[in-house]
Design a protein around this ligand. Structure first.
Ligand code: ADP
Ligand code: MG
Length: 511
């Protein structure tokens, strides 16, 4: 196998050969992770940080590829992840197989242009056929099943009874980008919490501050709330100690006046993007006010958006209508967690959804959070597009069977490319079977027979072997399959077209 991290190999073999090998090699890396019985990969970086995952996109992102073609394939995984949140492994495996099938045709003397044309004809026809195989989403049960399948084969799957309802609730309430997932190692995954309120990974500045307020009245600042430092070079001289004390006292009073002003406005939550003076923090604690400092910009804006507060740049500018509001503000803690989190509940503008994922270790909690994030996206797509297809190799074998018949109507050598595309689609059921300890070929033949006899929705029974005839036993959004087919075909075509890799001048890389 080509060394996937070494671009210099172009010197010894043709760029074409290396490219094909890179595509096949990358598919090889991820293929053992496909499906409910797929294995995990442990990724280790130079500093010893480890990530255990079976998510194709994560594996490729964390692998140090430097070959330019590898970057192109990593792009397939990225597109797949950003457009459909799932199906990354399938997309990479398909890309590798389309390239491998094309290699066979090239060896038989078929020109890459014809292959590319044939692949595009096949893609269009496969997608048409996919439409006829799709089923409308009508119930929450179906959405729950979509979420269950999206977590298949990941650590999160063991907790799907708890996590899938969270996915459905989140997907129905907001778009995935507005779902805020926090992680706390130290408790079991079942103890995870979900809420329409805003949860923040932030701690109170001072332990004396209240841990709970019945109603939040929130002031947001993007400025320091500190005693102004002396300008550089200014010297303050005192004749005696009293004068020095008086001066320090005056400065302290000026900062306390800020606190008093906020207290008079009935503010009970103060958030600053910058620093808050310890003197002021103490004042807040004594006066039942919560305060948070060094809140990053995006979190501050999230608080502003959800509570209706205006971010102001000086305490003097603060008006009553700038204050945000919410119901209870409370610090959630658990002796098992390393740090508490803050929850702003009953926010006035509930644009988001917050989920706190707990897990026995940091690794488990983070991997569950990643899987949940993807599953929410998948469920959201199913909820919005209302169109799903049968998984477990069903749609791929259906499309392959259809394309093999359709190929007869395609004239010229493109016909061979359409057939090759059909063969490539079968890599998905073949890999699912292989990863489940089943014989790939007999599994595909059994599936073809069931489909040919009219059970169009038949899928692979990866746990028991043979064919599963239950309808929508494994369900996935149509879009996951569509995007994978499209991006794999595009990447394979690009790879086929390249006949040379030339080291460009630096400037040309900077367009
Ligand atoms: P991807 O990154 O491509 O989503 P996965 O490891 O999640 O990779 O595997 C997805 C594949 O596994 C899909 O083809 C899906 O239909 C199939 N699959 C998921 N659950 C099952 C199941 N219970 N039985 C058979 N196939 C399944
Ligand atoms: Mg998946």
């Amino acid at each position: 196998m080509a060394n996937l991290t070494d671009a210099s190999q172009n010197k010894v073999r043709t760029a074409e050969e290396v490219n094909f090998e890179v595509a096949r090699g990358m598919a090889q890396i991820v293929r053992s992770t496909l499906g409910p019985l797929g294995r995990d990969k442990m990724m280790v970086d130079s500093s010893g940080r480890t990530v255990i995952t079976n998510d194709g996109a994560t594996i490729l992102r964390e692998t140090n590829f430097t070959h330019p073609t590898a970057a192109l394939i990593v792009g397939v995984a990225r597109t797949q992840e950003s457009e459909s949140y799932d199906g990354t492994t399938s997309a990479i495996i398909l890309t590798g197989e389309l390239v491998q099938q094309a290699e066979g045709l090239i060896q038989r003397g078929v020109h890459t242009t014809l292959i590319e044309r044939g692949y595009n004809i096949a893609l269009k026809e496969a997608l048409n056929h996919l439409d006829s195989l799709s089923v409308d989403i009508e119930s929450d049960e179906q959405l729950l099943q979509v979420a269950n399948v999206a977590m298949t084969g990941k650590q999160a799957e063991a907790f799907k009874e708890v996590l899938s309802p969270l996915c459905v609730a989140a997907a129905k309430s907001t778009s995935p980008s507005k779902v805020n997932i926090l992680v706390r190692p130290g408790a079991s995954v079942e103890d995870s919490i979900a809420t329409t309120g805003l949860m923040l990974d932030k701690q109170l500045m001072n332990h004396g501050m209240p841990k709970k307020l019945d109603k939040g009245s929130i002031a947001l600042f993007d400025c320091d709330l500190v005693i102004p430092p002396h300008t550089a070079g200014v010297n303050v001289n005192f004749d005696n100690g009293d004068a020095a004390d008086e001066y320090a006292q005056k400065r302290k009073q000026s900062i306390l006046a800020i606190g008093q002003h906020l207290a008079d406005m009935n503010v009970n939550v103060v958030v600053s993007m910058k620093d808050i003076d310890p003197v002021l923090s103490e004042f807040f604690a004594r006066n039942g006010i919560m305060a948070f400092r060094r809140m990053n910009n995006s979190l501050l804006e999230k608080v502003a958006e959800t509570t209706g507060a205006m971010i102001v740049s000086s305490v003097g500018d603060l008006e009553a209508e700038d204050l945000g509001s919410c119901g209870e503000v409370l610090q959630l803690s658990n002796p098992a967690w390393d740090k508490p989190v803050m929850l702003f509940s009953e926010v006035s503008n509930p644009v988001g959804y917050s989920i706190l994922i707990t897990g026995p270790t940091e690794h488990v909690a983070s991997e569950v959070a990643r899987a949940l994030d993807d599953a929410i996206g998948v469920t959201w797509i199913a909820h919005n597009e209302k169109s799903v297809v049968n998984g477990g190799g069903s749609t791929h074998v259906n499309m392959a069977m259809h394309l093999k018949q359709f190929a007869n109507s395609v004239g010229g050598l493109e016909q061979l490319a359409v057939e090759a595309f059909a063969n490539a689609l079968e890599v998905i059921p073949a890999t699912l079977a292989q990863n489940s300890g089943l014989q790939p070929l007999p599994s595909i033949i059994a599936l073809r027979a069931a489909i040919a006899s009219g059970t169009t929705h038949a899928s692979l029974d990866v746990f028991n072997g043979g064919v599963c005839t239950e309808e929508l036993a494994v369900v996935e959004p149509k879009k996951v399959v569509t995007v994978a087919l499209e991006s794999a075909t595009t990447a394979a075509s690009q790879i086929l077209r390249i006949d040379n890799i030339i080291q460009a001048k630096e400037a040309e890389f900077m367009e």
